[in-house]
Design a binder for this molecule. Structure first.
Ligand code: MRU
Length: 347
């Protein structure tokens, strides 16, 4: 267990408790959600973020949506259930873990409607599934960490982008899970964390959680990554992913693609760390991965301060796609795979 809890189900009052990531690193405060709209808002505004964590939060969101309706009318129809799922699915388009978790919840819902289960039993079954998604997430990221740690040499200097840590999952993390596993195996290492404009997940979140675990970390601005590689300060790159196409093309936080290009130019290994639930076998390549575009003010402002003319036109894609040919390996809970070996993982 990490020294903090990203999200938890509080059974006494059927609440999803989120460590509010919008407030980090300045304040550790919790956001309690017990309505569907609180959960959808928390996902949209990045109070909870990171592909696996979004999936887990959405699973609990389904339970909350059902409980809310049962509280009002004691029953729920198939159509109302579908509406709950649709509202959660409309929160963020890129991370496939969201849709993967919702599909699991839909399977439980459909079985409940088919068997005419009463609302309380249906809800109980949905809650069990959400807990299962949570515990599998914890288990898989530890396994992923162990596989990835083999790739980390003693004394490694590792560059990462965005936050793919315990804050982005139920616990432990993907890219930071590999780093945690290598560190706890006694390997000396240092992490270089890209700041990750515009929302600063690297500087606000990655450095916060690594410092908490006493893992050495140095913060750099995004535009320093290639310079650090050229100076011989980096040995390998490990990042997370939001959606991986069947050929290995991987969507991750905007800026990842340029890190991968710089890594190739400097002959440095570039790894993606992600659970198999992040692989979308319905997409043959990365061209069709939906890329979220966010509020232009995220770019016009740096934190609270406006740093661009209010009327300037802005382009603000939240993710980019790194082509498979720039990726040395994809670290999953089932082992490490070259992009062209992903077909072996197809369910
Ligand atoms: O917009 P965010 O903060 O949700 O983006 C998160 C990322 O891009 C992460 O790198 C990715 O979800 C992997 S998290 C294990």
């Amino acid at each position: 267990m990490s020294t903090f809890q990203t999200l938890a189900w509080v059974k006494e009052n059927n609440t999803l408790r989120l460590l509010d990531q919008r407030c980090l690193p300045n304040k550790e405060s919790f956001l309690d959600c017990n309505t569907l709209s609180q959960v959808t808002e928390a996902i949209k505004t990045l109070a909870v973020r990171g592909a696996p964590a979004i999936g887990v939060a959405a699973a609990y969101g389904v339970v909350i949506g059902v409980l809310e309706l049962l509280g009002q009318k004691q029953t729920i129809s198939k159509g109302q259930f579908a509406e709950i799922v649709d509202k959660l699915a409309a929160t963020r388009p890129t991370a496939v873990n969201l849709f993967w978790a919702l599909a699991r919840m839909e399977t439980i819902g459909s079985a409940g409607f088919k068997n005419n289960l009463n609302g309380a039993i249906l809800c109980n079954n949905l809650l069990k599934e959400a807990h299962l998604i949570f515990t599998e997430d914890e288990r898989d990221h530890r396994l992923l960490g162990e596989h990835g740690a083999q790739l980390v040499p003693h004394g490694a200097r590792i560059l990462t982008h965005c936050n793919a840590g315990a804050l982005a999952c139920a616990d432990y993390g993907t890219a930071l899970g590999v780093i945690r596993a290598a560190h706890s195996a006694g390997k000396e290492l240092e992490v270089f964390a890209d700041e990750t404009r515009p929302l600063l997940q690297g500087s606000r979140l990655t450095t916060w959680e690594l410092l908490k675990d006493k893992i050495p970390v140095t913060l750099i601005c995004d535009n320093m990554a290639a310079h650090c590689m050229a100076k011989g300060m980096i040995d390998l790159i490990i990042v997370g992913a939001d959606r991986i196409a069947a050929n290995g093309d991987s969507a991750n936080k905007i800026g990842t693609y340029s890190v991968a290009l710089a890594a190739k130019a400097h002959n440095l290994p570039f790894y993606i760390a992600a659970p198999t639930s992040t692989i979308d076998f319905t997409l043959t390549n990365g061209c069709k991965i939906p890329i979220e575009e966010r509020d232009p003010d995220e770019v016009r402002f740096f934190g609270e301060k406006r740093t661009a003319p209010a009327e300037v036109k802005v382009y603000n894609p939240a993710f980019d796609v790194t082509p498979a040919n720039l990726i040395n390996g994809i670290i999953t809970e089932k082992g490490v795979f070259a992009p062209n070996q992903l077909a072996q993982l197809k369910p």
